[in-house]
Design a protein around this ligand. Structure first.
Ligand SMILES: Cc1cc2nc3c(=O)[nH]c(=O)nc-3n(C[C@H](O)[C@H](O)[C@H](O)COP(=O)(O)O)c2cc1C
Length: 262
């Protein structure tokens, strides 16, 4: 394979983008960033890319942690790119990624943001206005991004902000325990979908009852993909509409997270 894209997702937006980019590149494999992702990365790629949602104006902790631990050097690829997928106010995810790569002597050649539907259901309901505008703009924006990546274009990386970093660090340090606020209603049918879509392997079934193990990444996948709306955050989400990307199924996400993709 000549190219590799690593993605992380909760509700499918980032996987959709990773797939759209991969389709346009010859020989491109897609790999999930999840609990068991191999940090030993083969050398000799033309391009290595990262596609991920924005969390608290920065990177999901699992993505940041993967970059910190991964064996990445100039030998792995000629060209590094990142596509951040915010739902609203995007903060500084690109410069954060660039700074993490710079600790390995690397530099992000190209970093870009593309807005999709906001999925942080524990704070707000599905924002249909954002959804409509983001989706309308999607085709045009992704077309340009794909063209840039194909041509190995470079761009200027956004400026670092200490203030944004402070906000990010204050929020991200709590994610693993966010599941303390989750509850399971008696609508649960023990289907196990929540266990499959969790990138952290944070959920197991005990006599059919989902148990959370405080390794949560706060990606919202369990809440959003549950067909019964049986998983909720405190008393906040019971009445809120669920969102998952229309082109991405929970089965597909589960396959990636469980290394079953063909
Ligand atoms: C924990 C969490 C924090 C988020 N923080 C932000 C944010 O700071 N800015 C933003 O624009 N979107 C934020 N979002 C929204 C997601 O970045 C956005 O909906 C993204 O497209 C979801 O991608 P996915 O479907 O690949 O998971 C947040 C979502 C979650 C779950």
């Amino acid at each position: 394979m000549k190219n590799r894209i690593f993605f992380f997702t909760g509700t499918g937006n980032s996987l959709k983008i990773a797939k759209d980019i991969a389709e346009s590149l010859t020989e491109c494999e897609i790999m999930a960033i999840c609990k068991n992702t191999d940090i030993n990365i083969p050398t000799g790629f033309e391009r290595i890319g990262f596609v991920f949602p924005v969390y608290y104006f920065g990177l999901p902790e699992m993505v940041a942690d993967f970059i910190r631990r991964a064996n990445l050097s100039k030998k792995n690829a000629k060209y590094y790119f990142a596509v951040a997928v915010p739902g609203g106010i995007s903060g500084k995810p690109i410069v954060q990624m660039d700074r993490l790569l710079s600790e390995k002597g690397l530099h992000l050649n190209y970093g870009i943001k593309i807005r999709m539907n906001a999925n942080y259901i524990i704070s707000y309901g599905s924002i249909s206005l954002y959804y409509v505008t983001a989706m309308k703009a999607y085709d045009k924006r992704i077309e340009k991004i794909i063209r840039d990546i194909k041509n190995m274009e470079t761009n200027e990386i956004e400026k670092y902000s200490k203030r944004i970093e402070k906000i990010y660090l204050n929020c991200i340090c709590n994610v693993h325990n966010m599941d303390e606020g989750y509850n399971i209603s008696d609508r649960c049918t023990s289907c196990g979908i929540c266990t499959g879509v969790c990138p952290a392997g944070n959920i197991t079934l005990n006599n059919g009852h989902p148990i959370f193990h405080h390794q949560c990444e706060c990606c919202m996948a369990c809440i959003q993909h549950c067909p019964q709306k049986a998983i909720n955050y405190r008393d906040k989400t019971q009445k809120r509409k669920r969102y998952t990307h229309p082109d991405i199924s929970y089965t597909e996400i589960s396959k990636y997270y469980n290394n079953l993709q063909s």
